[in-house]
Design a protein around this ligand. Structure first.
Ligand code: MF3
Ligand code: CO
Ligand code: CO
Length: 300
């Protein structure tokens, strides 16, 4: 059981460097400013207790910049997607656009992942490896981009239609989009991680769909995957309390059929066990006192 130590509170002296990283003395900078001391106390506590690294203004600006690039990358892919294209062409687009903009694709060589983006078609839940698969009219394809710009990571994905979608494709993509909205609507300081998963699960199951459990959202910003886990299922009021400065993804994978998955022989590609459709949207979110700010904002 973790006990909060008395000395875990902030003991920054008036003449010490300001914990905000400005380089100024604390007394010339954040000392006495509304909420500053409380923020630094919480920052230290969350780091010690959970390994969660809260972000401050300069970090948030950096993640936002990476997020803008990741979104532009998704826009580029959307403009080029068409039946007949192979998924490796999406990889080339993402890789070249990322490098051209002075960034690095986080997926490339991440734990041995061989490509610069995940491309997951129809029954592929996530971590699809771009290759020779040909996109057909009516397919749905999730493209998951993580850009590293000036050392900051932003992680975002959308599911696109290839050509003209059928009614089942339209439905699962809509429910996946709504499920992300449901999760995001619970993000505010004072709520818990369990509230997010509860809202997502309730929405998806109400629509007759299911929620993948083996993959979860995650802290992000200084690294690709940071604590905490953000499950897309769960109980109201359970789990860690959200505080301002937390940055994490919500990325519910919503299945048309049962929630169960298999991993292919490549050790990456996750597919629905029943072979039915699955869809996903992902954004990188900052917790604020009043709610959240998306650092990879797009319409859902
Ligand atoms: N972008 C994925 C996520 O949302 C992670 C992909 S890891 C990779 O967390 F290695 F497959 F690229
Ligand atoms: Co993610
Ligand atoms: Co992602």
């Amino acid at each position: 059981m973790y006990k909060i130590q008395k000395n875990s509170t902030c003991k920054t002296g008036r003449n010490d460097p300001c914990p905000c990283g400005s380089g100024l003395k604390y007394k010339k900078c954040c000392l006495g400013k509304d909420g500053a001391t409380k923020f630094y106390n919480t920052k230290k506590l969350y780091s010690q207790k959970y390994g969660i690294r809260l972000k401050q203004n300069a970090d948030i600006e950096g993640i936002k910049k990476a997020g803008r690039l990741a979104l532009k990358t998704l826009d580029l892919v959307e403009s080029k997607i068409r039946p007949g294209m192979i998924t490796d062409e999406i990889n080339t687009l993402v890789h070249e656009f990322t490098i051209k903009n002075g960034a690095v694709p986080a997926c490339l060589n991440y734990r041995g992942f061989p490509k610069s983006v995940c491309v997951s078609v129809n029954e592929v839940i996530c971590h699809g490896i771009p290759g020779k698969r040909v996109l057909k009219d009516g397919d749905i394809v999730n493209v998951d981009v993580t850009s590293i710009l000036d050392g900051y990571y932003a992680d975002t994905s959308k599911t696109f239609f290839v050509g003209t979608p059928g009614s089942e494709a339209k439905k699962i993509v809509k429910v996946a989009s709504e499920s992300l909205i449901a999760g995001m609507s619970m993000v505010r300081a004072g709520n818990t991680i369990g509230d997010i998963g509860w809202a997502i699960q309730r929405h998806a199951e109400e629509k007759g769909c299911s929620v993948v459990r083996e993959f979860v959202g995650h802290g992000v910003g200084f690294d690709f995957h940071e604590p905490p886990h953000i499950p897309h299922y769960g109980q109201r009021g359970e789990g860690i309390k959200l505080v301002s400065g937390m940055v994490f993804t919500i990325e519910p994978m919503i299945n048309q059929g049962k929630r169960h998955l298999s991993i292919l022989e490549d050790q990456w590609t996750a597919v629905t066990k029943d072979g039915l459709l699955t869809a996903q949207f992902e954004q990188t979110l900052l917790v604020t006192d009043n709610g959240f700010e998306s650092l990879t904002p797009f319409d859902l």
